[in-house]
Design a protein around this ligand. Structure first.
Ligand SMILES: O=C(CO)COP(=O)(O)O
Length: 256
């Protein structure tokens, strides 16, 4: 069943990118062409400052544009925050919530991540919910316990495979060049799949599960060959069009 899931290649620019980077977005938008774009979805999440202009740039491209975070409320006295409705207003179609950098740097709890995901669903954004263990948790053999807790507590009851994507990002793999073994990724993704099926029944089989953490053109094909890996969430290697498109090519080999 999982082999019919439409794969997703997503880039997260984090706090990188200025107007000078718009040529990279344009090059990515031009690079994600048919026929592969008919089989896989592509998404780029630039910083909020570039959101509106990026969606305009990608008007004629299959490349979707999304945001990296949203507030749980629609509007109000929340200096510095942006709402899911504002992202939709800029023609953004996706939002990442619960990234480990937000969980760590902004003390975001599972309950808050869930509230953000609910807000995103209300705004009709596709929501990418990130989960993943730290190095300490992994060393203590707690990986699956952490994934179970984060997944259960961060995912809204109203989530569905059409609207919600789960990204497994081991914290120790992000920006470090360290990547888990295929066996470890397979175990984590199989576990997440089982948990989703236990909660959402047959629809749990259809959720897209992304792997993220030090993905590059060199390791993308191996990661995509792992069972229950339905796409990738890419940080550093999404900033330059050439790097991102090299990862896109790996999708071509796996899914075309
Ligand atoms: O955090 C990530 C994507 O959300 C991964 O970042 P890197 O690909 O730079 O390790």
């Amino acid at each position: 069943m999982t082999d019919r899931i439409r794969p997703l290649l997503a880039g997260n620019w984090k706090m990188n990118g200025t107007r000078a980077s718009l040529d990279q977005i344009k090059a990515i938008a031009e690079g994600v062409k048919a026929p592969l774009s008919e089989k896989i979805d592509t998404l780029l999440c630039p910083p909020a400052t570039l959101l509106y202009v990026a969606t305009a740039l990608c008007d004629d491209s299959p490349l979707a544009i999304g945001a990296q975070d949203c507030h749980s409320l629609v509007s109000g006295a929340h200096t510095g925050d942006i709402s899911a409705a504002m992202i939709a207003d800029c023609f953004g179609t996706h939002v990442i919530v619960g990234h480990s950098e937000r969980r760590r740097n902004h003390a975001e709890s599972d309950a808050l991540v869930r509230a953000k995901a609910e807000a995103a669903l209300t705004a009709e954004l596709t929501t990418i919910i990130c989960i993943g263990e730290t190095a300490d948790e992994r060393d203590q053999g707690q990986t699956l316990d952490v994934l179970k807790r984060q997944l259960a507590a961060s995912t809204p009851d109203g989530a569905a495979s059409e609207t919600t994507v789960i990204a497994y990002e081991p914290v120790w793999a992000i920006g470090t060049g360290k990547v888990p073994t295929s066996a470890d990724v397979e175990e984590a993704h199989a576990f997440i799949r089982r948990e989703l099926v236990a909660r959402f029944g047959g629809d749990g089989e259809k959720f897209r599960l992304l792997y993220g953490g030090s993905v590059s053109g060199a390791n993308a094909a191996d990661l995509l060959a792992v069972a229950n890996v339905n796409g990738l969430l890419v940080g550093g290697q999404s900033l330059k069009a050439a790097d991102f498109l090299a990862i896109y090519s790996a999708f071509e080999r796996q899914f075309a």
